[in-house]
Write a protein that binds this ligand. Structure first.
Ligand code: ARG
Length: 459
């Protein structure tokens, strides 16, 4: 019999029950549900709303239920409507009337709003920890490759020389913003909805702030309708997680390219790649392809939440039960991805020579060649044009700017002197880009130091 069976004359149809039930996906909030109930009961007793004896039984029995769930000795009842009903029914089975008093001054609507917030607060903290670990790994790899010259690209065309460290630190900066977004989501959801009741608060003299203190919330929600019908915090998390996935997916795409024979900039450790069932030569970057693929799925979760909420009148509607599978899937997926990417990046072998060779082939020092002429007094547009002619000549004769003879340079422009070779060497091109944020080793070292410093904050 359902706890709400009073006004019904029939048992619920088993198909309706299965359709309606959320226990198979909300059972994972058992800890939050029980912890929330202990705080609620404690407050009820302090306010004289339920007796000291009742609360004693409640707060003694609930931790036992939690322990048994954890030990696996208390299995979830698949027929229960949801985790809230399951815990309450189990409690009542054990302690009778005292258990029936737990739900005084509370509705499942504010209870579920509380549980998800508590659950996601914990998840945010975990994801932030994982993001920090991943960012540190990127910094460590960068530290090893301050001098590893590679081509930087625009339009996937070789553009200007950078270093592998510089490239990695671009991602480290994205991850810093991801951490910030997760922190902001966690702060915004740290508001206690309990006490909103079903939608219109309660007539009992409850102390919401007391419960907020007990459960570690910064404050309480200011409007009971909003308290029970707000799922912005789920959307915040799914949006922040989608952005993390977008970053991971861009990185994955690059790793996939880099692992190809066309690039061969990196080689994944055997433990983080897979083979083919038919082609013996294959070593596939499956991890990164899956990360890229799972990004779509997380975007889908965000879209599920946004679409689910867009037409709902205030306050609670059962549609909102759909929030959990989406937001849980988003956080589960991002954690899985980060957990796998960390050791993959840690162990991947960078093939410096191939990066260097690719950098040498693409005329990526052409800007520096033009800048050389500018330093000799030519206007940039003229210098640009002269260099363009030289590049065209090189392409025709299969030469590079490093190998074309000085006479050719001087025919193109009399300002060229022998020192042009030094000026356009890839090492010089990188070393001279020492502007803050640039690829020069000392500039990237500053980026690494800054990011590492940021990671230390609030840990
Ligand atoms: N299982 C429900 C959910 O996840 C709990 C709230 C149910 N409230 C209600 N009035 N039926 O949304």
């Amino acid at each position: 019999m359902a706890l709400w069976a009073g006004r019904f004359t029939k048992e619920i149809d088993s198909r309706t029950n299965d359709f309606n039930s959320s226990i198979r996906f909300d059972a994972r909030m058992y800890k939050e549900d029980i912890t929330g109930s202990i705080a609620h009961a404690t407050m009820l007793a302090q306010q004289g709303i339920i007796g000291a004896d009742d609360v004693k039984q409640i707060v003694t029995e609930l931790p036992k239920i939690m322990q048994e769930i954890e030990d696996g000795t208390l299995p979830f009842d698949p027929n229960a409507e949801d985790i809230h009903m399951f815990v309450e029914a189990e409690l009542t089975k054990r302690i009778g009337d005292a258990g029936k008093r737990l739900h005084t001054a509370r509705s499942r609507n504010d209870q579920v709003a509380l549980d998800i917030r508590m659950y996601l607060k914990k998840e945010c903290a975990e994801i932030i920890g994982m993001l920090k670990e991943m960012t540190a790994v990127f910094c460590q790899q960068a530290q090893e490759h301050l001098e590893t010259v590679m081509p930087g690209y625009t339009h996937l065309q070789r553009a200007q020389p950078i270093t592998f460290a510089h490239h990695l630190m671009a991602y480290a900066n994205m991850f810093l913003r991801d951490i910030e977004r997760m922190e902001q989501a966690a702060v915004r959801m740290n508001v206690l909805p309990l006490g909103s009741g079903a939608l219109a608060g309660t007539t009992y003299p409850i102390d919401r702030t007391k419960v907020a203190d007990l459960l570690g919330f910064d404050s309480i929600t200011q409007n009971s309708l909003d308290g029970v019908s707000d799922r912005d915090f789920c959307i915040d998390v799914a949006a922040a997680v989608s952005t993390i996935m977008m970053h991971l997916s861009r990185f994955s795409e690059e790793v996939i390219l880099w692992c190809s024979w066309e690039f061969k900039f990196v080689e994944l450790d055997d433990a983080f790649a897979t083979g083919s069932s038919i082609m013996p030569q294959k070593k596939n970057p499956d991890i990164t392809e899956l990360v890229r693929g799972k990004t779509g799925r997380v975007y889908g979760d965000l879209m599920t939440l946004l679409t689910m909420m867009k037409g709902l009148p205030l306050a609670y509607n059962k549609d909102m039960q759909e929030d959990k599978e989406a937001v849980f899937d988003a956080v589960d997926t991002v954690k899985l991805c980060i957990k796998t990417v960390i050791p993959m990046v840690q162990t991947m072998r960078v093939i410096n020579e191939n990066m260097r060779a690719a950098a040498a082939k693409g005329f990526i020092n052409a800007t520096d060649c033009a800048d050389y002429l500018v330093k000799k007094g030519l206007p940039f547009r003229d210098a640009y044009k002269i260099t363009g002619t030289l590049v065209a000549y090189c392409i025709e004769c299969s030469l590079t700017l490093e190998t074309v003879p000085l006479e050719v340079y001087q025919q193109a422009c009399s300002s060229f002197e022998k020192d042009v070779y030094e000026a356009i060497s890839l090492e010089t091109c990188v070393k001279e880009r020492k502007v803050a944020g640039g690829p020069a080793p000392q500039a990237v070292q500053q980026q690494i130091d800054y990011v590492m410093q940021k990671l230390q904050e609030n840990t």
